[in-house]
Write a protein that binds this ligand. Structure first.
Ligand code: PMP
Length: 437
């Protein structure tokens, strides 16, 4: 039974397990946007492998791509030696990249997003002969000691002692719960970046890199305002600082455009990709402008830098996302989902904000009886956890994140249908009612 699986997991696996604590389901089957537990109970999967399953579970093109690698007798790993599958992946990805990146260079870094962020920071440090890094409050870039240093969440790292040095955090211009109160959040944040990079009295040595998510994911689903994106591009270019866009979560259609940076005019020097580009298998890459090349051989190596099934699944996924117009679909269904979530939340003061882009959405739960100095009610993580549990009971898996874990997060496969989106809205509405009083 599921209980036995949980009990055995408790005995054998580390206390660092996280999802099983909030989502007590043992999943045995997945198809499209739906997963099933051992009793055959179906759930709409708004977690989708933490956003890795752009095409959902068992999409035929992904299954076929993996199967053909196995049937062809291709070597399962060639490290970074060339192979037909690797070549196909690289060409398919380049063809899909934002225009300015198509003449750039690519490094297949390893299995995880954190690997690729590490590589991007090392590359920027090497290329600029500088060491500092700008990062942002609320940021999430991974769990290695280098990427944790960039994380804008104190509690994730305060027990660990010194991490990567010379990291400076600036406020991310969130529009809800702005770090600047009622001010024009994008303009003030842009001024701060400019000040940090150019004013001698900022005390910050010219940084090698600025690392940023075009839409913060784990930090609570905060889209970057376009005015901030263009200002960040201008300031970093003027300061000779490499602008790194972490599109590990946003990349490949998730936010309603193929790349989230494109929608706001971020135009980075380095693009970090993982999750969806591996088609659900572990794969991460860094793409950068050609002038940053010249890294000595072996500068960022690793055993799993290009598993053949992952490269095949990734190429198939990139092709299918483009062929089926899934970025546009994510925009449409995301709009329907957002509208629905707003409608069922209307008049409920415990819903502070419904936000996001495409199929990367968040609903911030708040305690209406409280207020911060700007009059914004405080985040209510306990309520978000109850909503998550009630939604699970109604057949929808969601995650929570953001400040105090008070943001209910929706990260479904991009193939989510309108009918499934409506089911998610109904479950959220029912969860709201069930948690009243
Ligand atoms: N960057 C971003 C924006 C992410 O969302 C994540 C994972 N949630 C990572 C980096 C780290 O990726 P991984 O967990 O594969 O190391």
């Amino acid at each position: 039974t599921a209980d036995e699986l949980f009990e055995r997991q408790r005995r054998r696996e580390s206390s660092a397990r996280s999802y099983p604590r909030r989502l007590p389901v043992a999943l045995v089957e997945g198809s499209g946007s739906t997963v099933r537990d051992r009793h055959g109970t179906a759930y709409i999967d708004c977690l989708a492998g933490a956003g890795a399953l752009a095409l959902g579970h068992h999409h035929p093109v992904v299954v076929e791509a993996i199967r053909s690698v196995l049937d062809d007798g291709a070597p399962l790993s060639t490290l970074d030696l060339p192979s037909p599958t690797r070549d196909r992946f690289v060409e398919t990805l380049f063809d899909a990249l934002p225009e300015p990146m198509r003449t750039g260079k690519l490094l297949i870094c390893g299995p995880t997003g954190a690997d690729a962020v590490e590589a991007a920071v090392k590359l920027a440090r090497t290329a600029t002969a500088r060491s500092g890094v700008l990062a942002f409050g609320g940021a999430y870039h991974g769990m290695t000691q280098g990427t944790l240093a960039l994380t804008g969440r104190r509690s994730a790292k305060e027990a660990l002692g010194p991490l990567l040095g010379e990291v400076h955090h600036l406020p991310f211009p969130t529009t809800y719960r702005s770090p600047f109160g009622a001010d024009d959040t994008a303009a003030v944040a842009a001024r701060l970046v400019e000040w940090a990079l150019t004013d001698d009295h900022s005390g910050i040595a010219a940084p090698a890199a600025a690392v940023v998510e075009p839409v913060q994911g784990e930090g609570g689903v905060h889209p970057m305002p376009p005015a901030f994106a263009s200002a960040l591009r201008r300031s970093t270019r003027a300061a000779g600082t490499v602008l790194v866009a972490d599109e590990v979560q946003t990349g490949l259609g998730r936010t309603g455009t193929l790349w989230a940076g494109d929608a706001v005019g971020l135009d980075p020097d380095v693009l970090v990709l993982s999750k969806a580009i591996g088609g659900g298998l572990p794969l991460a890459v860094v793409v950068h402008h050609g002038e940053l090349d010249g890294w000595p051989a072996g500068s960022h190596a690793g055993t799993f830098r290009g598993s053949t099934p992952a490269l095949a699944a990734g190429a198939a996924t990139i092709r299918e996302v483009r062929r089926a117009g899934l970025a546009e679909h994510a925009a449409d269904v995301g709009h329907r989902l957002t509208t629905g979530l707003r409608t069922v939340s209307a008049g409920d003061a415990r819903v502070g904000d419904v936000r996001g882009r495409g199929l990367m959405l968040g609903v911030e739960m708040v305690d209406p009886d409280t207020a911060d100095p700007d009059g914004v009610p405080l985040p209510d993580g306990a309520l978000a956890a109850r909503v998550q549990a009630e939604m699970l009971g109604r057949g929808v898996i969601v995650e929570v994140g953001g400040a105090a874990d008070a943001v209910v997060r929706f990260l479904p496969p991009l193939v989510l249908t309108a009918a499934e989106a409506d089911q998610v809205v109904d479950a959220f509405g029912a969860a709201l009612r069930a948690t009243r009083g």
